[in-house]
Design a protein around this ligand. Sequence first.
Ligand code: PLP
Length: 453
Amino acid sequence: MLSNLATRDVETLIHPYTNLDAHRANGPLVLERGQGVHVYDTDGRPYIEGMAGLWCTALGYSNAELVEAAAAQMGRLPFSHLFSGRSHDPAIELAEVLKELMPIPTSKVFFTSSGSEANDTQVKLAWYYNNALGRRAKKKIIGRSRGYHGVTVATASLTGLQANHADWDLPLPGFLHTACPHHYRFAEAGESEEAFSARLADELEQMILREDPDTVAAFIAEPVMGAGGAIVPPRGYFQAIQTVLARYDVRFIADEVICGFGRLGTWFGSEALGMAPQTLSFAKAVTSGYVPLGGITVDEPLYAAMVDQSAKLGTFGHGTTYSGHPVACAVALKAIEIYRRDRIVEGAAEKAPHFQARLARLAEHDIVGEARGIGLIGGLEIVADKRTKAQYDPKAGVAARCVAFAQAEGLIVRFLTGDRVAVCPPLIIAPDEIDALFDRLTRALDRTRDWIR
Ligand code: PLP
């Protein structure tokens, strides 16, 4: 029997990324409040939020300073925009702070309200830039199979997941996908990580040559793939890929929407993985997920071209009502102040070996083929046969069942395509909470194994 709230939910709401058919029978998990790394449902049951919401609540729940920053800005200037040269101090100050933090040369910052809008802006600017330079054919964008970059028409096209393409009439022409860098799944027998990286870089180069380098504008990649399965790239991957991109003057866009702001134990994932992109997208943890904010960095050559375009066209014809919303900027400023003051990023790096050791132990479980991560993010892949890596029939929904068992154990984690389960807790998680998280996940895997047999 669904509770009153659950019944009302089923009667009224469309849920993103939910099996809408199954939802009618199962109903929602209705959460009411959160504190630290825990969230509580309407019956008062606590759960460890092992996904930091959607990879975003780095500072956990009910952080009083973030709440206060939002309330203060609401009381002072709840809305103002950045159109037509209008400005406000939270946006100016945040842009300054972000410029200073960025791991890559950054001339300016452009704000959006989400990761999708940030990456959509990246696509448009890659086109706009090449038009400004008179390279009108250089427009194709390369993403990766299993990459995730959002849901707008362009960013769902960048995304390399079937659910974002099938029956959506996507990807649009001009969006290509190169191979997924998942060594466990796609390396050949005996192929080292380095050799696998070299092979993938070669495949990318062949794709660029096949398409004609004069038609390829940009390549986009997450440092660690999130929604595609919490996949850490093999050793040497980005170094090999970057050599190819530089050879053909292809812009490199880092999608730091998950990895930005400490997830890998460094401020940005690019630093942890040796990436040197021309630009990056951020969102999520920039405000610890408390209010929507995203954005991109603009390098000096791009900025110069944008200024020239404005002189020619009369305006920079892009931006949304909420680009640089003052409340979002004020919360982001406070979040970054806390990251710095409380050494949150360093703390993530210090806790990472313990987190990764507990994650790695799950690889010994009967139904786990791989358990791997970096920093405070990780994923595991459930397999039917550890030796052959054979998977269960996707219709059996084994990872979904594991996630349901985890929920019954008081842990929220997420299942992803390919029977993968992702773990990405708030960065403030304490060592004993890391143990509780993995104890619960182990019990969920045990229950999944017993359910299968
Ligand atoms: N890029 C990455 C790497 C993401 O993980 C996500 C969302 O999970 C997005 C982009 C899209 O962000 P949003 O859902 O805020 O539009």
